[in-house]
Design a protein around this ligand. Sequence first.
Ligand SMILES: [Zn+2]
Length: 81
Amino acid sequence: MEEHNCKHMLGTLSEYVDGELASELCADLEHHLQTCPNCTVVVNTLRKTIELYHDTAESDPLPTDVRRRLFARLDLGDYVK
Ligand SMILES: [Zn+2]
């Protein structure tokens, strides 16, 4: 396992699901996701939540407070910038 990478990877998830992460970091994250079920679950949950939000809020970006609540629920509060 690459658990030592999780903290760093999780810190990039928010940008990743927004499509704002640099391509190099995307590749690193996607490689990590292939080996880390824990982070995969987090990404899938984050994406689903954002999709649900977009269904009701059109194209507005996910507000910071929504993001913070989501990450808090995922027990990732420490990773929110
Ligand atoms: Zn991981």
